[in-house]
Each structure stands twice: as structure tokens, then as C-alpha cells.
Design a protein around this ligand. Structure first.
Ligand SMILES: Nc1ncnc2c1ncn2[C@@H]1O[C@H](COP(=O)(O)OP(=O)(O)OP(=O)(O)O)[C@@H](O)[C@H]1O
Ligand SMILES: [Mg+2]
Length: 242
């Protein structure tokens, strides 16, 4: 299978500050790929460029073979689950899903089946008619995820999907991610939880100050730096080179 995502020398400069500094990586179709890095290292900015929210300053990217120019016209095959919840608190769970389905141009007759599937997959079936504002933190994260998947995207960007969740809810979300992956979806995930990354990811890239400073499988990285834990690898790479 070919690459789902190919990024070459991608950069973003905002107010003369280099936020993402010529990063290069590729993700194969069907992979779960982790983008790691300290707070402020440029992960969300990278996702914003890949999902079309932000124009790159330079470099190229292709998603499922589509160039940046083609992607600008439409990105129907991408789902972006944002770091901050992006649904409407004043709508119910079902109303949110139906609203996002209409935004993605899903035909009305297909919406019902997709909403039903997502309600089941995200364990929200018994919350269908509850206002989003009334959901627990874990349910909100699951609704946030569901809203970005209503158009059945092939490539899914997950920006810290389990931040602030208890270990049980986190594992529920891992199971959903694994299920989506087993359906053939390519997943690119950011997280600060190393056990999550080791559990889910085939390969990772680690960012520091806008640059990719290491990439490989978690096992390869531990061997490369002769460290037993991914957390130690991460800490090792976060030390600025002097
Ligand atoms: N629109 C913007 N204007 C100015 N600075 C920005 C803008 N967007 C991002 N930045 C800055 O770019 C840097 C990288 O931000 P980004 O959100 O991409 O980091 P991150 O790796 O996702 O961090 P976190 O782990 O905290 O989510 C930060 O210092 C941030 O303040
Ligand atoms: Mg971020």
C-alpha cells in the first residue's frame, strides 16, 4: 500500500517566528503514527496545515496522493479530531452529529445509519438526546471524535484525544482507535502519554522546537538511545543541543 500522508520540508512561520521547521515524514496507509513533542513544539500547527486550516509557509504535503493544491479544493477523506472540543454545547448528541453530517454534505438518507454506528462505537447510544453541555469529560471527548468522523474519513488526525481522561475511559478510546484502524483507517495521533503511544503506535516522530529530532518504532528508538522507557527517550530528546 502507498503512503497515506507524505510531508516534505513542511514549514510554518507566524509573525516571523518559525513554528514548524522543515519537517519531513511519511505515514503508510493503515498505520497508526504518533507525533510526539513537548508543549509548543508544533504538533497542532502541523495538524492544522495537514487538515487545511492553515496554509504552509513552504514545503509540500500529499494526502492519499492528492497535492496541496488539490487538497485546498476539498479534503473529504480527512477527519480532524481537534485538541479542543469543537461541537456545540447547546445541541444534543444527535443534533451535533446530524449538524456535522450536513456540514460534510452527507446525504440525509445516509446520515441515520452513520449516526447510529457512531453512537454505538463511541458508547453514546444512551446519551443520544442529552445536551452536549451535560456530558462528562470522557463523553465529550468521544462526541468530539464522533463529530469529526461522520463522513467516514480514510485518514484521521487525533490531537490529544485522551487528555485529562481517567484510565478506563482512556482505554475505551484506545479500543475505538484500534477498531477504526482495523477498518483500514490511517491514524495520526498526538499524545503526551507514552504508554498510550507504545500501546497504539506502529511508528512515531518526535518534535522539538518545530523540528523532527527522531523517528522510528518505539522499540527502535529505545534501542537507539539505549533507554528502557519511551519516557526516557522523550526526555533525552527534549534537551536542547548546546
Ligand atoms: N496563530 C498563532 N500565532 C502565534 N503563535 C502561534 C500560533 N499558533 C501557534 N503558535 C505558537 O506556535 C508554537 C507551537 O504551537 P502548537 O500549538 O503547534 O504546539 P503543540 O506541539 O501542539 O503544543 P501542545 O502540546 O501544548 O498542544 C507555540 O509556541 C504557539 O504559541
Ligand atoms: Mg497541540
Amino acid at each position: 500500500m502507498g503512503a497515506a500522508v507524505e510531508v516534505t520540508e513542511l514549514a510554518k512561520v507566524i509573525n516571523e517566528r518559525i513554528i514548524v521547521d522543515r519537517i519531513t515524514f511519511s505515514v503508510e496507509q493503515g498505520e497508526i503514527f504518533g507525533l510526539l513533542g513537548a508543549n509548543g513544539s508544533g504538533k497542532t500547527t502541523t495538524f492544522n496545515m495537514l487538515s487545511g486550516l492553515l496554509a504552509p509557509s513552504s514545503g509540500t504535503m500529499t494526502i492519499l496522493g492528492k497535492s496541496e493544491k488539490e487538497l485546498r479544493k476539498s479534503r473529504p477523506e480527512i477527519g480532524f479530531v481537534t485538541q479542543e472540543n469543537s461541537f456545540y454545547e447547546t445541541l444534543t448528541v444527535r443534533e451535533n452529529l446530524e449538524f456535522f453530517a450536513s456540514q460534510f454534505g452527507i446525504p440525509g438518507k445516509e446520515t441515520g445509519a452513520m449516526v447510529k454506528k457512531l453512537l454505538g462505537q463511541m458508547k453514546l447510544a444512551d446519551k443520544t438526546d442529552v445536551l452536549a453541555a451535560k456530558l462528562s469529560g470522557g463523553m465529550k471527548r468521544r462526541l468530539n471524535m464522533a463529530c469529526s468522523l461522520v463522513h467516514d474519513p480514510k485518514v484521521i488526525f487525533l490531537d490529544e484525544p485522551t487528555v485529562g481522561l481517567d484510565p478506563i475511559v482512556r482505554r475505551d478510546i484506545w479500543a475505538v482507535i484500534e477498531e477504526l484502524n482495523s477498518e483500514g483507517k490511517t491514524i495520526i495521533i498526538t499524545s503526551h502519554y507514552m504508554e498510550e503511544i507504545e500501546h497504539l503506535c506502529d511508528r512515531v516522530a518526535i518534535m522539538f522546537a518545530g523540528r523532527i529530532v527522531a523517528s522510528g518504532t518505539p522499540k527502535e528508538l529505545k534501542e537507539r538511545y539505549k533507554l528502557k522507557q519511551m519516557e526516557d527517550v522523550f526526555a533525552h530528546l527534549m534537551k536542547p543541543v548546546v
